[in-house]
Structures are given as C-alpha cells and as structure tokens.
Design a protein around this ligand. Structure first.
Ligand SMILES: [Zn+2]
Length: 473
C-alpha cells in the first residue's frame, strides 16, 4: 500500500514552513565550518556534520563515500603592471595554479569566446592572456565556460591567463583550473599547465585601459601548493516499498571555494536536499521507490564527487538509478523563482509543466545540456538527470553574480527562499518516487556520444576538465 502524495504534502509543507532548522544548518556550515574547499579539513568536518544530521533525521544506509583526490592550498598572489606605469593590483590565484614569478606582455582577448581566440591567433603565444572570466555580458556571445577559455589560452601557447570578474565591487573571481597531466601519478601532474588568476572588474578595467594605450607588461607572483588528500560524498536513503531497488537521487554539492562561505553555491542546495530528507524520512517504506539524498564533495574542483558516485552504480546492478536531480544553487535567492532543467531531454518538459498545473506551483521547466555541475557525470553514463535550482531576479548581476567570489556569504541567502525551494523539491521528490509513469529511458553510450557530437563536445566522454584530480582514476 503506497502513500497518497497529497497527504504527504499536507504534512511536509507545514513541517518545512514552521522550521528554521535549514537556516541553522546553513549558519553552521558557513559561519562555523567555513569555506569547505574540496579536500580541506573544513570540507571533512562538513561531511561529518551532514552525516550526523542524516542519522538524526532518520535516514537509513547513511554513510560517507570516501574517494582520494588532489587538493590545493592557496598562498600569496599579486600582479604588478611593470609598464607603461607601475602598479600593484590585488588578485587571486585559481585552484591548481602553480607557483610562479613571471613577467610577460599582455594580450586582451575580450570575452574570450572561440571567435576572439581565432581573431588574435598566434599573438597570444608566449604572452599573458586577459579575458572575461564568465559569460553573460549583455549582448555578448555568452557561450564559453572559464575552462574553455583557459584551454584556448593553453593550446594557443599563452604563459598565463588573467580572468576578469564581470561584476563591479572589487571582488576577485575564482574557479578551478584543470590538471597538466590528467590522471597522472605525481602531485605535479595535477597542477595546472599555466597559472590562472582572477582579478576584479575595477583592476581588470584598468589593465584594459592601459593595454589600449600600447604594449603592456605584467608580472605575476604567486605561491601555492597542490597536495594529495581525500573527500567524501554523504549518502542516506529513504527506503522505498515495492520498487525499493529503483532510486531517485536528490542532492547538491556541499564544497565551496576557499575564498568565501559558498552559501548560495552551494550550501543552500545541499541543505535543500537534506531538508527533503528530513521531512520525507518519516514516510520510509511508503513510497514505491527509494529516495536517496546525497551531498556531493568536490564539485567546484572538477565534479569529483559526482563522477565517483556515478561510477558506484556499476557495482550495484540490483539498483536502478531512475532519476538524478542536481540541486546546485537551489534555495539561493528570495524564493518563488525556481526552475527544473531536464538534461538534454526536452520530451520531459511537458511532464514538469503538467506537474506545475496539478500542484498549483508555477516554475519554469526547460531542457538544456551543461557540462558544469553534478548532473553531468550521470548524463555521461546515460542516466536520466536534471537540475532543480533557484535564481535571484532582483540582483541584476552578470553570470554567477556573487558566486565564486568572496561575497558568496550567508547574508545573500534567506530562510524564506530556502523553505520555498525545499517545499518544492520535497513535493517533486515524493511525486517522482511514487509515479511509475515517470520512467525516462537511460541512454546507451552511443546515444550519449551522438548527443555530445551534435554539440561538438564528444571529447568529454574521454576527458572532463576536472575529474582527473581524482586520485582513483
Ligand atoms: Zn555550484
């Protein structure tokens, strides 16, 4: 006998709405434990805290899923303009940046889209590249990820890459670089091939103005360390009934960047997932399928936790992964602006649109393919996946906004936004766990390859920009 979902909703909606536990968990992760950078002590402590909470909330099969990886420790970093004027600029090395003290000429590639690199051609060889860090300039091309731009710079023979934050406020931008020798056995293999540093909009604008005047020289001095460590995914179940071997997976990444609290990206999404676990755990055995809650480690430095977890299912042929719902940036913002994105499967959009009507909760349902969050390793293996996330319509910022800067802090997240998203996610999780009509087909490796080829990204099947900082592949 399975449970009536409307009765579940009658219980979980007030349960979430009347509790501030999700916000207290946010304060603990961000204010007490700190940045939770992948492989750091702060991340390890957060994993243990999340594990304890899952036990306290009554989830079962609660465990840490440990995996070896290479982490990175930040040292000092500065940029000096050495001509035509001398100026010290504050800057921030990006994860896996090697230690250097180098000087070179600067070539500005603007937005850093493929066409921009084509335009400058060989002019970047032996030079320091200056590029927009992110995409999303109004009227801009908006295609490339930071790592795409970095790869173009490396392939073009540049000696360093300077990433300019597109949002004002003297905020440096960070984001992991990729390994020099992916999968290599030595620590040095896991350092980035050339230095990458982030600078603020204001410093970047100054550099750009100077570069317009004529040849510009820059010195980059930074001191960092790549070291072997480990990380964990945190896993817990709400065991299903008649189809307990079918798994509906919900979760976000609890790691952050070392320069901030990672509140919106992604303590918020992690805690939305944990809250779903808290309110649905009392219904264990009553849903048809098992709802598995996961908190991914090391998303920011290459989706290491989700690559690891996606591999785990091969060891459990009895389990069928029906759906993966990535909660990266869920619960960030004021609430009421959630969306569901189905990974490269527009055929599923009408299902979620109908859900919105039936449940009287408006949200945007859409379909797209992004390689840059924790749903992606599952997509590569052919598992059906999507993401459920929130946005902040009031902020008016470009790209990630405060994400990946020092300003991704608790004060940008609020209880109401977390509660609204957790209610939405819990209702969707309950539905997907019980509705056997919802059974998107898995894809074969050929189908995955064909989809990626359509987008000129078939190489991602063999190599992903960050996964190789796992130490077990
Ligand atoms: Zn994230």
């Amino acid at each position: 006998m399975t449970v009536d979902i409307s009765q579940v909703e009658q219980a979980v909606i007030p349960n979430i709405w009347l509790s501030d536990g999700i916000y207290r968990n946010l304060l603990h992760l961000c204010d007490d434990l700190g940045h939770r950078f992948g492989g750091s002590d702060s991340e390890h402590q957060a994993a243990e805290y999340l594990r304890q909470k899952m036990v306290e909330y009554g989830l079962t099969n609660v465990h840490l899923e440990e995996f070896p990886m290479y982490t990175w420790e930040r040292g000092d970093c500065e940029i000096m303009l050495t001509g035509p004027v001398e100026r010290h600029l504050s800057t921030m090395a990006m994860p896996y940046c090697p230690s250097v003290d180098m000087e070179g000429d600067v070539v500005d590639v603007g937005e850093g889209e493929a066409a921009d690199f084509e335009r400058v051609g060989d002019a970047i060889r032996g030079k320091i590249v200056l590029t927009d860090a992110e995409s999303g300039r109004p009227g801009g091309e908006s295609k490339s990820h930071r790592t795409d731009k970095y790869r173009q710079a490396v392939d073009g023979g540049a000696i360093a890459c300077v990433f300019l934050n597109l949002n004002p406020g003297l905020l440096h931008i960070t984001g992991a670089l990729y390994a020099k020798n992916p999968g290599g056995p030595n620590v040095e293999d896991h350092e980035a091939p050339i230095p990458g540093v982030g600078i603020s909009w204001e410093s970047g604008s100054l550099v750009r103005r100077m570069a317009e005047r004529g040849p510009l020289k820059m010195r980059i001095k930074t001191n960092n360390k790549t070291v072997k460590s480990h990380s964990n995914n945190v896993v817990g179940d709400i065991r299903g009934g008649e189809l307990a071997n079918e798994i509906v997976l919900f979760g976000g990444h609890y790691d952050g960047h070392d320069v901030a609290q990672g509140a919106g990206d992604d303590a918020a999404g992690t805690l939305v997932g944990l809250e779903v676990g808290r309110v649905l755990a009392p219904f264990a055995g009553q849903f048809k399928r098992t709802i598995r809650i996961i908190c991914f480690g090391c998303e920011e430095i290459g989706l290491l936790g989700s690559f690891h977890h996606a591999d785990e299912y091969a060891k459990h042929p009895d389990e069928k992964l029906v759906w993966v719902m990535n909660l990266d940036s869920a619960g960030n913002g004021p609430g009421g602006y959630e969306h569901v994105n189905t990974t490269a499967d527009p055929g599923l959009v009408p299902y979620f649109e109908q859900w919105a009507k039936d449940h009287h909760y408006a949200f945007e349902a859409r379909s797209g393919l992004s390689a840059h969050s924790d749903h992606f390793p599952f997509f590569l293996k052919g598992y059906p996946s999507g993401s459920l996330a929130s946005r902040n319509p009031n902020r008016g910022m470009i790209g990630r906004g405060f994400g990946h800067t020092e300003a991704d802090t608790v004060d940008k997240v609020n209880l109401r936004g977390l509660q609204m998203c957790a209610i939405f996610a819990a209702r969707v999780a309950a539905t997907l766990a019980n509705d056997t009509e919802f059974a998107p087909p898995s894809r074969s490796q050929d189908e995955v390859r064909a989809l990626l080829e359509e987008k000129n990204q078939a190489d991602l099947l063999e190599h992903h920009w960050g996964r190789d900082n796992r130490a077990d592949v």
